[in-house]
Write a protein that binds this ligand. Structure first.
Ligand code: SAM
Length: 244
């Protein structure tokens, strides 16, 4: 069903100003054609788009001829900027939040703004779309009826402990990883998890899209001399009854 985004300040029956809505808009993880009609409409109609990196978002907006003003909202300015955004919403302005790519809040900033919005009873509207975690899961070849998403593993502190805890998990595991650490992570996963099935999904929806499937041992061997580049999501089979 098509819907309209309110664009003016409207008084309710009590003569009070109606609040605007906060739209959480997912954006493509590579291929710009993966943007939904509804996302484009919402971004055209809101009064402000809060973006993690305004330069990156500008590329998407230009592609779709969206002329809505942009403001930066990221972890380092979330306190101050978050309050300013809430003030705008309370004045009746509609605001959209986007991250660099994919679904805002999935390993990027959003949680704080949602909390602020809820404290002030601002309506939050999801505009769903791409996310690397679901895209990777669907092509992994691993069970996807139940899964857990762990985001990025801790870099140092508690990394080993976290890996050991995760090794007992029965559900399929999805991790985000950087190309600089993928070799090390695959090796550690093999050491701690044993020789499970896994998939490495790289540059999904982009020109160099690649999905490598195999056991962790095979993936360690395949990745040893590979020149890892781009964005990577890892999917690993859960712990079987036998392994417990
Ligand atoms: N919010 C985003 C989402 O919904 O997918 C994720 C943001 S997180 C900061 C970025 C990480 O997502 C990357 O480091 C990579 O692990 C994963 N990622 C993003 N785009 C990807 C792609 N096209 N292919 C594979 N993994 C990707």
């Amino acid at each position: 069903m098509f819907f309209a985004v309110s664009s003016a300040m409207i008084s309710n029956d009590n003569g009070l100003l109606d609040k605007g809505s906060l739209y959480v808009v997912s954006t493509p993880i590579g291929n710009l054609d993966d943007f939904t009609y509804r996302s484009v409409e919402v971004l055209k109609q809101v009064q402000l788009i809060a973006a993690e990196d305004t330069r990156r978002t500008r590329i998407l907006l230009n592609h779709y001829q969206i002329k809505t003003p942009l403001a930066s909202y990221h972890t380092h300015n979330q306190e101050k900027k978050g309050r300013q955004l809430i003030d705008l919403l309370k004045e009746g302005k509609d605001v959209a939040l986007v991250s660099d790519a994919g679904t805002p809040g999935i390993s990027d900033p959003l949680y704080h703004l949602v909390q602020l919005a809820l404290n002030d009873a601002v309506t939050i509207v999801p505009i769903p779309g791409p996310s690397a975690l679901l895209a990777a899961l669907t092509v992994s070849g691993l069970p996807m009826d139940r899964f857990i998403f762990e985001g990025f593993l801790p870099l140092k502190k508690r990394r080993k402990t976290r890996l050991q805890e995760l090794s007992q998990e029965r559900r399929t595991l999805v991790l985000y990883e950087s190309p600089h650490r993928i070799r090390k992570t695959l090796k550690e996963l093999h050491e701690v998890f044993g020789n499970r099935k896994a998939a490495v999904a790289r540059e999904l929806t982009k020109m160099h899209e690649e999905v490598m499937r195999g056991t962790l041992e095979e993936l360690v061997a395949l990745g040893k001399d590979k020149n890892w580049k781009g964005e990577i999501t890892l999917v690993i089979a859960g712990c079987s009854e036998k392994e417990r």
